[in-house]
Design a protein. Structure first.
Length: 169
């Protein structure tokens, strides 16, 4: 007897045995002019991307900025998800991702590394549950975990006073 799959919190199909199937994302880019592209996501959301000068006209973020945003968004959402599941109140999260662009041996531009700094206003009255989230949240960040296979990504979490709560190193 076949069991119909259900979706988990990330929208992935999961059967009752816990087996995760692949999920396919569809993103379409259409050139508008020059290096300006209109990105259409399968949910109907659009994003205008453009390369910085001198190639483009900076009418939107370039690919490196979007990758940086994806890293920051994924880390922030993963941390928030864990905190909410652990019933820990997060009163605000602000994430800044600094990405270094370097030249390789062939003098071509590459992403050398990214550093995510997460400033969080959080209730730390349950240190055991909070500590569990700090240990786990990066593992569940799809983008950062994937990017780390090829690009070093450092993560630190600080409170509103600048006190370091967590560092991935």
């Amino acid at each position: 007897m076949a069991v119909s799959p259900t979706e988990d919190d990330a929208g992935r199909k999961v059967d009752t045995g816990g087996k995760v199937e692949e999920k396919q994302l569809v993103v379409t880019l259409e050139q508008k002019s020059g290096y300006e592209f209109l990105v259409k996501f399968d949910e109907g959301v659009e994003l205008l991307m453009d390369e910085p000068a001198p190639l483009g006209e900076d009418k939107g973020p370039g690919a490196a900025k979007v990758l940086s945003a994806a890293i920051g968004n994924c880390l922030s959402a993963s941390l928030l998800f864990c905190l909410q599941k652990s019933r820990i109140e997060a009163r605000g999260i602000k994430t800044t991702v600094t990405t270094k662009i370097v030249r390789n041996e062939q003098k071509r531009l590459r992403i050398g590394s990214s550093h995510a700094r997460i400033i969080i206003d959080v209730d730390r009255s349950a240190p055991e549950r909070f500590g569990t989230c700090l240990k786990l949240f990066e593992e569940f960040c799809t983008v950062t975990s994937s990017v780390r296979s090829g690009i070093p990504v450092q993560v630190e979490i600080v409170d509103n006073n600048g006190e370091r709560i967590y560092s991935s190193q």
